[in-house]
Design a protein. Sequence first.
Length: 80
Amino acid sequence: MQTADSLLARITVDPRVLTGKPTVRGLRISVQQLLKAMAAGQSPAELMQEYPELEPEDFQSVLLYAANVVDEQRVYRLSA
């Protein structure tokens, strides 16, 4: 099993690739794209058939990245 740091290292941000959206290993496959596909019911196995360059650890990386982004968010109640 890979460490959190090694999983997160698989997520890259490069302004020259998909205008700087977080992607998997510099591929033109965004974190957002995979999250939306999985939310729509596609399994990692199906996605790996569609994108053979993906590896099982990439899905762990995407989920960990998303969890970290949500963890950093703060919601403040605004009074009217």
